[in-house]
Design a binder for this molecule. Structure first.
Ligand code: TNX
Length: 524
């Protein structure tokens, strides 16, 4: 199969080379190493020539894996959106083709991770090698970023988008590079979440954690417990109407994320942060008080009753329904700020819920507090507050997701003048959000214990997509680089020049970013 695709590739190059009408193009000198790529690739070698993307360019992919063809289609759609060119994918009968982009499934041992890719850009061909469609997908993001906004209309008799030539060898630093959206404190629609996924994918993030329940709202339909959304879905911070995803909506989101090689991590927060669930079904409540709908922003007052069997059968249904719709390996159980759960109950609860999550075929993820329980080494702890918890979890064999609030929380204000956001952990200007090393946040944490990083966006202070984007961008782009690029490439002075050049993409995508004065934004 590999030989067959290689044969097709060689044949097509030969075919392209034989075109009688083909004219040499005198490309201007280019420098691939100076391209404002984010995240910065591991290795770039410039060859000072160029590839001209035009209407005579075609896309071919390995055909042994349909997911590679899908990556080719995705590239074609994005090229159309950016340039207007409508490039065919795997159409071998087109005789007008002069240049080609080949997306090749390769088993080369140089491709060390599933997301690794190699990009070879020459005058007449672009070759992208990857072991998996996921790697190919990451690689085409690099290619998308290399296509200039404007065509060059002087080199030939038709518009041509000049892509600098050379080689890129690339692979991520961490396997987990994510962001979280809190759709509970304020609800965000399927289309709004999709728009966020588009931007995450462009910067090679691979995980979207959805915080689907909290005191103020329950956001995912559970067929066996319908009041969760009928009652618990009807509130949000500030008294707005709330909302929820039907199971069809959620599946649509999961599929959209999968098309972008992004895994959804669903979170049902417990045993605290459960007021909306307990308002829907009061037998769940364990704080001894009458439950009322809550639309404020306090935390730590609610808890499930950890002593009742019925609570665990309820959770078996809830986790089972969500796990069945979530192809990813993880289920997040929250576990944070359970201030009114007795410590012994908390530990009992986490250990019992871990078994339920595992029974439904998922790896449990929880905020760092879960390290107080005797968790399984396969369970993952997400550091937000207490480094000691992360240290303990790692000593137990668990992997850690780094989301230290004072560095990685997208809901922290940029400075005291920022309209939205909080500052209980810190103010996080764009440079502070970028200038930290996940490996030095926790003392005595072996590097190998770090699964990756995640930037959570809590939504107490934001109620529409423009406000959400104002907090997320441009900081999210920095977290994408922190998660992907090797430490020796992380340099604020270099990064801020590349970030400045993202303005064209952000504006074209209609993303409302915070125009930080630290950046000399270049709009075209
Ligand atoms: C702490 S972080 C929380 C959230 C809040 C957030 C606000 C975490 C695990 N719990 O419930 O929304 O602070 O910044």
């Amino acid at each position: 199969m590999i030989y067959r695709t290689l044969f097709v590739f060689v044949a097509i190059i030969a075919l392209a080379a034989c075109q009688p009408q083909k004219k040499e193009i005198n490309y201007p000198k280019t420098d691939l190493a100076a391209a404002p790529l984010i995240p910065k690739p591991v290795k770039t070698i410039a060859t000072q020539s160029a590839f001209g993307l035009d209407a005579q360019t075609a896309i071919y992919t390995s055909t042994n894996d349909p997911a590679f063809e899908a990556v080719g289609q995705f590239l074609s759609e994005k090229i159309k959106g950016k340039t207007g060119l409508d490039l065919a994918v795997n159409n071998t009968s087109d005789a007008t083709v002069e240049r080609l982009i080949f997306i090749n499934q390769s088993d080369s041992t140089d491709l060390a991770t599933p997301e690794s890719y190699q990009l070879y850009i020459k005058k007449d061909s672009i070759l992208l090698n990857a072991k998996t469609a996921e790697g190919a997908f990451r690689g085409i993001q690099t290619l998308r970023q290399l296509i200039p906004e404007q065509s060059n209309d002087t080199l030939t008799d038709h518009p041509l988008w000049v892509i600098p030539s050379g080689k890129i060898m690339d692979a991520p630093k961490y396997a987990y590079r994510g962001s979280m959206l809190d759709v509970s404190r304020h609800f965000f629609s399927v289309d709004e979440v999709k728009k966020y996924i588009d931007a995450m994918a462009y910067y090679k993030m691979n995980t979207l954690h959805l915080h689907l329940s909290d005191d103020q709202g329950w956001r995912i339909e559970i067929k066996s417990w319908p009041k969760l959304t009928e009652v618990g879905g009807a509130t949000e911070v500030g008294g707005g109407e709330g909302g929820f995803y039907t199971q069809e909506d959620y599946k649509d989101l999961v599929a959209y994320a999968a098309k972008h090689h992004i895994t959804i991590v669903p979170e049902i927060d417990m045993p605290g942060h459960t007021n909306a669930a307990s308002v829907s079904y009061p037998f769940l409540n364990g704080n001894g008080k009458k439950v009322e709908p809550y639309t404020g922003t306090q935390v730590g007052f609610s808890t499930f009753d950890a002593q009742k069997d019925t609570v665990y059968s309820f959770l078996d249904d809830v986790i089972g329904e969500i796990a069945a719709m979530s192809p990813g390996p993880y289920f997040h159980i929250g576990g944070d700020e359970s201030h009114v759960t007795k410590k012994s109950d908390y530990i009992l609860f986490i250990e019992k819920v871990e078994k339920i999550v595992q029974k439904h075929g998922k790896r449990m993820v929880g905020w760092n507090e879960i390290a107080q329980a005797k968790i399984d080494p396969s369970t993952i702890a997400q550091l937000w507050s207490n480094p000691k918890d992360a240290e303990n979890a790692a000593a137990n064999g668990s992997k850690i997701i780094m989301s230290p609030a004072h560095k990685a929380y997208l809901d922290m204000q940029y400075d005291s003048l920022t309209k939205f956001g909080l500052h209980w952990a810190s103010y996080i200007p764009v440079d502070v959000g970028y200038n930290w090393d996940p490996e030095t946040i926790v003392e005595n944490l072996p590097k190998e214990s770090i699964l990756g990083i995640e930037a959570p966006l809590w939504s107490e202070t934001i109620s529409n997509i423009a406000e959400l984007e104002y907090l997320a961008f441009p900081r999210l782009i920095g977290y994408a680089e922190l998660g992907w690029s090797p430490t020796e490439h992380l340099n604020w002075e270099d990064y801020k020049e590349r970030l400045a050049k993202q303005a064209a993409y952000l504006e074209k995508m209609n993303i409302n970013y915070y125009p930080s004065k630290l950046i000399d934004w270049k709009k075209d």
